[in-house]
Design a protein around this ligand. Structure first.
Ligand code: GDP
Ligand code: CA
Length: 331
């Protein structure tokens, strides 16, 4: 069974860890079974160069979460981390100091930057990092959305003047509190999908959109030329999961992002962003969103309070996709 997912960082990673957990119990590998093969297309719009090192926050959150090395409380960064390098950089007066990087995490960025500096494309680097975290053994292939360097910037208003700052500076340093005018994604219009990205969408049995940020995670991946067309054209049902519970994002500032692009901060508003290719949509139990023609809406508890809770959600999304797929086969 070939599943393809588009993912940002924490929301995407926790959901996909749940999907793997669900699959291990539901589709155990036997000689005649059809084990789950998961291709994850990760957002690289958050990528940033710090201290001369290339940092890919969403890709790394996916690697660490699926590979079992994540700091569970934070949702990002490594478990059992120390910060000697960052302390020394601060003592030297090196900037910026608003982005936390632990010592083990630095190892990832040093190695990635070394390989990129030797001319290796990001997708090949991610392959190396995936081996480190044993993703292949889990049936997971992680692809960056593109090998083209892409960076999300935010046009903000400060002291009566407009200027563009890196998305991370807006998100981490200013906690999305600086009034944002719009998002500008440098390099996106000329980006090409990384090898395997379009094929993974076209050849999937089910495509899943986890509850990642619809604007600055999923929205950026959808902006890579060719990705949206592939989603419109795939035979696979596309199933999405709302990032809103009780009418609000569970963490992060998805509501601010939606407001910035002029979209209503509701599950219906988010589904509208995917309307041209979405077939199934999971919303929280109390969510008032109505079903519509051509869109199957399923109500489920959508809080990923544990791996088991995430597995339940992911199982419901997968089952809906498989049912829609079977319906199509008999139609
Ligand atoms: P980021 O790149 O680390 O910000 O992570 P993502 O873009 O993958 O996911 C962020 C989104 O995940 C936010 O909009 C949250 O609302 C959503 N999210 C986080 N935890 C949960 C949860 O338990 N349930 C649901 N439904 N959404 C969640
Ligand atoms: Ca992110």
């Amino acid at each position: 069974m070939r599943i393809t997912a588009l993912a940002g960082g924490v929301g995407g990673a926790r959901f996909l860890r749940g999907l793997l957990h669900h699959a291990r119990h539901t589709y155990p590998v036997t000689p005649d079974s059809d084990p789950l093969q998961l291709t994850v297309i990760g957002n690289t719009g958050d990528d940033i160069t710090l201290f001369g090192l290339r940092v890919c926050p969403d890709i790394d959150t996916l690697l660490y979460t699926l590979g079992g090395g994540i700091h569970e409380g934070q949702g990002w960064g490594r478990a059992d981390e120390s910060h000697h390098l960052a302390a020394e950089l601060a003592a030297l007066g090196a900037e910026p100091q608003w982005f936390t990087l632990g010592d083990k995490d630095f190892g990832t960025h040093v190695y990635r930057s070394q390989l990129l500096g030797q001319g290796m494309p990001l997708s090949a680097v991610v392959d190396r990092l995936s081996s480190r975290w044993g993703l292949g053994d889990l049936g997971v292939r992680l692809l960056p959305m593109t090998d083209t360097p892409v960076e999300t910037h935010v046009v903000v208003e400060q002291d009566g003047e407009q200027r563009a700052i890196h998305f991370q500076e807006w998100w981490v340093r200013h906690r999305a509190e600086l009034p944002a005018e719009r998002f500008v994604v440098a390099g996106l219009d000329r980006a090409t999908p990384a090898p395997g990205v379009l094929e993974a969408i076209r050849e999937a049995d089910v495509v899943i959109l986890p509850p990642s940020n619809p604007v600055v995670s999923i929205g950026i991946i959808l902006g890579v030329p060719g990705v949206r067309d592939a989603l419109r054209g795939t035979r696979a049902p596309v199933i999405g999961v709302s990032p809103l519970v009780g009418g609000r994002p569970v963490r992060g500032h998805a509501d601010v992002c939606l407001r910035t692009i002029g979209v209503e901060e509701t599950s219906a508003g988010v589904a509208g962003l995917y309307a041209d290719f979405l077939d199934g949509w999971l919303v929280d139990e109390e969510d008032p969103m109505p079903g519509g023609r051509g869109l199957e809406v399923l109500r489920r508890p959508l809080l990923m309070s544990s791996v088991d809770a995430a597995a339940e959600m992911a199982g419901a999304a997968l089952d809906l996709g498989l049912r829609l797929r079977a319906d199509r086969a008999t139609a």
